[in-house]
Ligand binder design. Structure first.
Ligand code: GLC
Ligand code: CA
Length: 527
C-alpha cells in the first residue's frame, strides 16, 4: 500500500474545462500547472486527471487513439512530464486515467485488427468468425471491416472491446483468458502503465476496471486475476504507485489488488441514499437533504458490510461527484453541501473532490458535447474569478468548450475566498482538519455510535474523535452509550471538558446526551 494514500485528498480535474492558457477556449496541461498552487491551498495533495491522450473525442477522451501521446489540444508529453515534476515539488501526486477495456476505433491496433490479412493484432480485439455472426448478449458491429467477422463493443460504437478472453466459452471464436493473444493484451496494458510511471506519474484511476474478461463468473475472478498480476508488477517495480478502480464493488476490486475503489452513485446504493435519492416516490429522501426525512440506516446497511469486509485490503473512495454524475448542487443547497462534504471528508478511505464542487458549481442543462449527453452539464468550465469567462479563458464566450453558468449568483473562487462561511472556506477547513488528525485519515478506525432508522443525528467514531452530524432542518438529540467515550487505548475519555475541535452550526454534549441543532456537524476529541 503506497503510504501517501493514507493522507491523500484527491482533486479530479477534467482537463477540457479547468484552465485555458492559450486562449483557444479549451483547458490545457499548462493551465493545470498554473493552478497547482490553488489545489495545494485548498488542501488537496493528489490529482486525478481525466484522459488527456490523443483521441477523436467521441467519448471526451475515453476513446484513446494513442495511449502514449498527450492530445495536442492539451499540449505535449513534455508538458505532462513537467506537470508531474512541478506537482511533486509541491507534494502533490498525480493519477492519470487508464482505459484498459477498449480503445478508439482509430487506434493503430484496431486498424491492424480490422485487416483481412492475419497479423499481430488480429486477436487484440474480440471478433467473431463470420461477417453475419453476431455476439449474443453483447453489443457488436458488423460491416465495417475487410475482415470476415463482427467485433464487440465495450461502450459506445467508437469503443471496440480489447480482448482479455472469455471465462465461460460457448463459441469457437471466444478465447480463453490465458490464450497468448489475451496475455499479450494484458502485457500491452502493463507496457502503457510502465511508460507513464517511468515518466513520473504516480498511478492510475482505472476506467471500467471490471470489464476486462467477458462472461466472467459472478465474482469477476478472471478479471480480478489480471489485476492481481498487474498489482504484482507494481509491488515489485513501482511500490509507491496507486491504482483506483471504477468498479464500485470493493469485495471484488480491493481483493484483486486495487488500492482504492470508488463508491459510485448507483441507483439505490448507499451513496445514492445520501445525496440523490430522488427516484423513489414522494420526493427526494436523501439523508443529506434537510427536508428529505432521510434514513442513515439505508446508507449503513449498504456501506458497513463493504467497509468491514475490505478495510484490511484497501480503501473505499467517497466522491463529491464525478464527470459522469450530476453535480450535487443540482439538488442540495450550499448549506446542505457543507454538511455533505463534512461527512465525506470524515469517513474512512480516500476522498475525491470534483473540480468546482468546492464552490458548489451548478449542473447546467446544456446540449451534449463529445458523447457527454446528460453528463455534459457537470463538465462546464471552472469558475475562478469575476473576470471574462470567470477567468477560465480569454477566448470569446462562444468559442469556449462548453458554456458557463450565467446566473447573477454564479459561484466563483474569488467571491467565496473572502467569505469565511462560504462553501469554499468550509471545504478548505474540513480538508485541513483531515490532515491535522491522523484518526480522520484513510485507515483510521471507524465505528457507528448512534444510528437509528429514520432518526437524526448520526454519530460515529474515528479513532479518538467523536463526530455528530444532523443534516435535517430540526434540532436532534441522542443518548450515547458509555463506549462512545472509551478511548482507543481503553482509557475512559472525557468529552465534556472539551468543546468541539470543529463545528458547523452548533452541537454540545452534556453527560451522555448529545444535542445538535438543525443543519449541524461537529467533531469532538476525547481527551
Ligand atoms: C467510464 C467513464 C466514462 C466513460 C466510460 C467509457 O464510465 O467514467 O466517462 O464514458 O467509462 O470509457
Ligand atoms: Ca487551451
Amino acid at each position: 500500500m503506497p503510504g501517501w494514500l493514507k493522507d491523500a485528498v484527491f482533486y479530479e480535474i477534467y482537463p477540457q474545462t479547468f484552465k485555458d492558457t492559450n486562449n483557444d477556449g479549451i483547458g490545457d496541461i499548462q493551465g493545470i500547472i498554473e493552478k497547482l498552487d490553488y489545489v495545494k491551498a485548498l488542501g488537496c495533495n493528489a490529482l486525478w486527471i481525466n484522459p488527456c491522450f490523443d483521441s477523436p473525442f467521441k467519448d471526451a477522451g475515453y476513446d484513446v487513439r494513442d495511449y502514449k501521446k498527450v492530445a495536442p489540444r492539451y499540449g505535449t508529453n513534455e508538458d505532462l512530464y513537467r506537470l508531474f515534476e512541478e506537482a511533486h515539488q509541491k507534494g502533490i501526486h498525480v493519477l492519470l486515467d487508464l482505459v484498459p477495456g477498449h480503445t478508439s476505433e482509430e487506434h493503430e491496433w484496431f486498424k491492424e485488427s480490422k485487416k483481412a490479412q492475419p497479423n499481430e493484432y488480429s486477436d487484440r480485439y474480440v471478433w467473431t468468425h463470420h461477417w453475419i455472426q453476431g455476439i449474443a448478449g453483447h453489443p457488436y458491429i458488423g460491416g465495417e471491416a475487410d475482415r470476415n467477422g463482427c467485433y464487440m463493443l465495450n461502450f459506445f460504437k467508437c469503443q471496440p472491446a480489447l480482448n482479455y478472453g472469455f471465462l465461460n466459452r460457448t463459441e469457437d471464436w471466444q478465447l480463453a483468458p490465458d490464450h497468448p493473444a489475451c496475455i499479450a493484451t494484458r502485457e500491452a496494458l502493463k507496457d502503457i502503465m510502465r511508460f507513464w510511471l517511468d515518466h513520473g506519474c504516480d498511478g492510475f484511476r482505472v476506467d471500467m476496471a471490471d470489464s476486462l474478461v467477458k462472461d466472467d463468473d459472478e465474482n469477476k475472478s478472471a478479471t480480478g486475476a489480471i489485476w492481481k498480476n498487474i498489482r504484482e508488477m507494481l509491488d515489485v517495480d513501482y511500490p509507491e504507485a496507486a491504482i483506483v478502480s471504477e468498479w464500485s464493488n470493493p469485495h471484488q476490486s480491493l481483493k484483486s489488488g486495487f488500492h482504492a475503489d470508488f463508491y459510485l452513485d448507483h441507483h439505490g446504493n448507499g451513496y445514492n441514499t445520501l445525496i440523490r435519492d430522488n427516484e423513489t416516490p414522494g420526493g427526494d429522501h436523501s439523508f443529506l437533504k434537510k427536508d428529505g426525512n432521510g434514513d442513515i440506516m439505508r446508507f449503513l446497511l449498504d456501506y458497513l458490510p463493504k467497509y468491514d469486509d475490505t478495510k484490511d485490503d484497501g480503501y473505499i473512495s467517497f466522491i463529491t461527484c464525478n464527470h459522469d454524475t450530476p453535480r450535487a448542487r443540482l439538488t442540495l443547497s450550499y448549506d446542505e453541501l457543507k454538511i455533505a462534504w463534512a461527512l465525506f471528508l470524515t469517513l474512512p478511505g480516500v476522498p475525491f473532490i470534483y473540480y468546482g464542487d468546492e464552490i458548489g458549481m451548478r449542473y447546467l442543462d446544456i446540449p451534449t458535447k463529445e458523447g457527454g449527453y446528460t453528463r455534459t452539464g457537470t463538465r462546464t468550465p471552472m469558475q475562478w474569478d469575476n473576470s471574462k469567462n470567470y477567468g477560465f479563458s480569454t477566448a470569446e464566450a462562444d468559442k469556449l468548450y462548453l458554456p458557463q453558468d450565467n446566473s447573477e449568483d454564479a459561484p466563483t473562487v474569488e467571491k467565496q475566498a473572502g467569505d469565511p462561511d462560504s462553501l469554499y472556506n468550509t471545504t478548505k477547513a474540513l480538508i485541513a482538519l483531515r490532515h491535522q488528525f491522523t484518526d480522520l485519515q484513510a485507515d483510521g478506525s471507524f465505528s457507528v455510535i448512534y444510528a437509528e432508522k429514520e432518526q437524526f443525528p448520526f454519530v460515529y467514531r474515528r479513532g479518538n474523535l467523536l463526530i455528530a452530524i444532523n443534516p435535517s432542518d430540526k434540532k436532534a438529540a441522542a443518548e450515547l452509550r458509555e463506549d462512545a467515550f472509551v478511548k482507543e487505548d481503553a482509557a475512559k475519555g472525557d468529552v465534556s471538558k472539551t468543546s468541539a475541535v470543529y463545528s458547523i452550526g452548533s452541537c454540545s454534549i452534556s453527560g451522555s446526551t448529545l444535542s445538535i441543532e438543525a443543519q449541524s456537524f461537529a467533531v469532538f476529541e476525547l481527551v
